[in-house]
Design a protein around this ligand. Sequence first.
Ligand SMILES: NC(=O)N[C@@H](CC(=O)O)C(=O)O
Ligand SMILES: [Zn+2]
Ligand SMILES: [Zn+2]
Length: 341
Amino acid sequence: MNNFQSFEINEPLDMHLHLRDADMLKLVGPLTSKTFSGALVMPNLVPPITTKEALLSYKQRIKEACKNDQFEPFVTLFFKNDYSYEFLKDIKDEIIAIKLYPAGITTNSETGVSSMDIEVLRPTLESMSKLEIPLCIHGETNGFVMDREKEFMPIYESIAKAFPKLKIIMEHITTKDAIELLDKYDNLFATVTLHHLLITLDDVAGGMLQPHLFCKPIAKTPIDRTALLNAALKAYPKLMFGSDSAPHPKHKKECCGCAAGVFTSPIALQVLTQLFEKHNALENLNAFVSLNAQKIYNLKLDKKTVKLVKKDFVVPAIYEYKEEKVVPMYAGETLSWSLED
Ligand SMILES: NC(=O)N[C@@H](CC(=O)O)C(=O)O
Ligand SMILES: [Zn+2]
Ligand SMILES: [Zn+2]
């Protein structure tokens, strides 16, 4: 067994990230831009990003907040059924993908699509397919909470079949079913979070309720977690890292009616290194956290190499800026890997 004391990750990419806006953006943006070369930024602001003006000004605010030329924010548009071909053609070079949310299924998705009927979605999907704009999907039905992702599999299949040239990314997958579906269609890809490689429903609600581990989709069973972890550890080429780091103010997590989302951006690379080392799979970490995404999204990056060292890192209990306070996953715990100073 190798005894690694340091490890380098070239061009780390986070292909599913929530940066929010205003002071929260100023708090969390630098925590990602410091370590990652780029991130796919989700459009579920209030209101969501649906116009070119909103998109470009959000990108500008991200760049200002992140204060780091060695970081590229890849911004996305919030899916609507009635985007015209001309509108999409005009915005194509500014976006990396379009994100589809079923209405009301997760945080700030109220104005998402109210029907997943392929005929309703067809006009926008046809334009996206022609223009080669990838489609990212939050794939959950409104069925029983543990079955929502599984029930969405036929919907992924119908879109993958109807639009074979459209790249479809199943976001933050949490099930063995989703892993198995990846093999069936050339145009299907997926992101997986850090927390879904680590936790099951037991960690969220098996003992005292853990609001900081509550997210959508909810963590599933040990069998699902094992399937996700095995695919990540071998850097299965259709799977990429997307933290889904989703900060919510402390008072919106530690309350009655806890908001969904786990905040992981400041610990992501340290914990991934720890996890891949534990499973003797460090040789696959660069592919999982960068190369797979570069191939799937045709990215060329020359931003940074991040060095991790085998040194204890005590995760801060809280991250704060002005009035904003966010609690990270593993708050107060000690990790065995740190970012080099
Ligand atoms: N994952 C979550 O639980 N929450 C995300 C939304 C999302 O990615 O579904 C958020 O924006 O807070
Ligand atoms: Zn989601
Ligand atoms: Zn998300």
